[in-house]
Design a protein. Sequence first.
Length: 487
Amino acid sequence: MDHSRAPVLEALEQFRRRGDVAYGPPGHKQGRGVDPRVLDVVGPDVFRSDVLMLNGLDDRRQSRGILEGAQELMADAVGAEQAFFSTCGSSLSVKTAMLSVAGPGEKLLVSRNAHKSVIAAVIINGVEPVWVHPKFDADRHLAHPPEPDDVRKKLRENPDAKGMLLITPTDWGSCADIRGTARACHDADVPLIVDEAWGAHLPFHPALPAWGMDHEADLVVTSVHKMGAAIEQSSVFHLQYDRVSPEVLKQREDLLGTTSSSSLVYATLDGWRRQMVEHGHALLGAALHRAERIRSRIADLPGLEVMGREVVDQGLTADLDPLKIVIDVRGLGISGMQGAEWLRTHRHVDAGGSDTCRMSVSITFADDDETEEILLTALKALVDGAPAIEPRTEVRLPGPSGLELEQAVLPRKAFFAEAEHVDADRAVGRISAETISPYPPGVPAIAPGEVITREVLDYLRSGAEHGVLLPDASDGSARTLRVVSEP
């Protein structure tokens, strides 16, 4: 296929050159009606490029197949049989993917280290989750993806399960054995869905970890805005084999997705694919060399420890994305949240993620010598400034089993059940009616339907006192919890 083409970008360029005037949405009319104060901040080209696909970039019948052409090129670029663009982010794409495999009341294996959006999908879709617990790293207080043997065991115990949802890479760069997990699923004649939101770059360089389509996954969802060069909410479904019907996937996406898709998302997805096919190997190769150099220099800073290939050598995870640099700051006597807050306040550097133990930074092909030096200078300043950071209450981190709560009621049933707010101490032993996710990375510590334990409650309360954000909790302080009312 001709990857020098970018059908959506070309159509947008033609639209602007023709000077079409649209008498339908968007109401700003290519920026004519936008407040000049807005244009001063975001620029006029944002609005000039905000065009409907129907009766805009394409005609009423979509006869020129602009979007279809762009999706075919994307599929060819990454080795998928089919690709579909989504402008609602992978949070919605994962919900769609799950619903295309398992419907209300049906079982689906799900990695329990999933993002809160996956738990939301379980509630909305009404599926019965069969949790596959991750490989827990006790020294680092970190969850790595589950192993194929754990998936096989759950499939044997649940022969009526319709498929599996695997999250890889994790927010911290840990990568699963996709091929082993896919074969476990395929031996049971069910599909593997991979939430590869952090892995859009993986197909384009051989030194990067496994890409789902190359390792026998059936359906892969990526977020191109995370490690690629498309704008926020840029998501793609990648599909192969016949275990997931493309017709069903399209219908489920139509059920959940927007009818006002963003041309900005489509255009940047299209352009990023072209860039990766033409220059991705060189760009990502340079990024890999840069990341290796940054890792080495951070490791020389006292009090900082960079997570590296040792987690693979120790059998904790199948692989590690070297472009995700995870920095343990406990040697400085502070938490990852404190470190991230200090960097933002004092050096205007925003870490990608942080928790009680660590911070993470993502290195992409967009980084250069300047951003490299800014990061390293800021981290050196953090090391020097850490003794002056005011101590906070300690977070009582649970052990591995402390995060494996009993699922007493299906998440959907618990979420929509009659509920009441009770003091935290009275919530122990009760069934949660809410999702509570320390954020980032946004993996729920408690999901609806799970039985609240003292250990997880102490973790959440001490975390909130330390400064952990609990954005989805009814009470962000965790002093009260929303639980299912007792009969």
